[in-house]
Design a protein around this ligand. Sequence first.
Ligand SMILES: Nc1ncnc2c1ncn2[C@@H]1O[C@H](COP(=O)(O)OP(=O)(O)OP(=O)(O)O)[C@@H](O)[C@H]1O
Ligand SMILES: [Mg+2]
Length: 403
Amino acid sequence: MIDLDRLQKASGIIGNSDAIKQSLEMMAQVAPVDISVLVTGESGTGKEIVAKGLHKFSKRAQQEMVTVNAGAIPAGIIESELFGHKKGAYTGAGDDRKGYFETAHKGTVFLDEIGEMPLETQVKLLRVLDSGEFMRVGESKTRMTDVRILAATNKNLSELVQQGKFRQDLYFRLKTVTIDLPTLRQRIDDLSLLVERFALEFTRSNDIPYKGFMPEAIRRMKQYDWPGNVRELKNFVESILVLERGERITVEMVEQKLGMAQPMVQNQNLPMLIQQSPEQAERELILRQLFLLRQDVETIKAMVGQGGAPVQSVPYYHEGAVDELPRDMQIDENIQHSIRNDAIGDMNLEALEKEAISRTLQHYNNNRRAAAKSLGMSERTLYRKIDQYDLGRKIKRSNGKNE
Ligand SMILES: Nc1ncnc2c1ncn2[C@@H]1O[C@H](COP(=O)(O)OP(=O)(O)OP(=O)(O)O)[C@@H](O)[C@H]1O
Ligand SMILES: [Mg+2]
């Protein structure tokens, strides 16, 4: 039996998880035996490095492994590529030519993306698998080859069989020994090890200083789905190291690069949720403000109606203004808001209003007319609020003059 550590090192397969160890054990069992092996798994899970590892630890290791990507060869010439052709077999076939099965004699043929192989070619492949026999295109002489076949696919072959796109007999023949590689999600605990190795390898060979990843950055990466599996992770690590050249990689850098939700509040004291985009949260903050203002107006009206104290200055705001907003701008009290439920009752309305005004002004590039309209208040009220909250010093008028 092959030593697992040696197999793992020599194949360059990184990981300590049970899932990857199982794949390695299976490799160790089947590598030295002269049988065909099907390697399955999502894109980027390492099917090709497993196939190379199998060949390296086989009795044929001293011979060549010829890799054929069935998905990359046009259907019209795939048989000629695999089995060779006789001179004049078709237009353009100027000479007799050997195919991969002949070239790889005594060695290994790795049929990558076997799910893409045309049905007619599959019949001929089955014949080689069963008896080693094949014919060059345009010849009637049967030739013999001695190859071991390894195949890989990220397709569900049994589904392809049901759809009539893959021959059942070939499928049964191939699937007897299957190594099904885990997705990165299924072995997410291997992520730190993968990141560290990829980062070291990459920074060393490109002379980039390497200061590591913050633990929080790694934790965040573990929450991501990695649909492209190890390939995606490797590309990610390499490109973030180039972009942030020489920096220690932080959670913010990771989030930005992965396009994950980022903390959006500028004023960290505000009781806001952080799972929304800044635009979404900002809009909701403003709407919330309108909503609260309407409540104020109702209260004031009620006071006036009851003969309460005369009101000096009522903000410009007419009843129903919120209802007149476009539908998608209206507040739906049933959906989750930016403001945490547990912060309700503990909110400082002034701080919210100041924040809403300041950010609305920023949003409209300090155009006060637009900001006032958006906030649902008169320009005059907005000027007064700017004074009240001392926002004027930072803000330029829309005509460009300083206040
Ligand atoms: N376990 C692993 N350890 C180290 N590197 C890995 C591992 N799995 C994958 N990789 C790396 O990820 C990249 C993609 O691997 P590979 O080409 O073998 O994937 P694949 O399964 O053949 O994908 P596809 O179906 O898209 O062809 C390669 O750079 C490979 O070296
Ligand atoms: Mg591949």
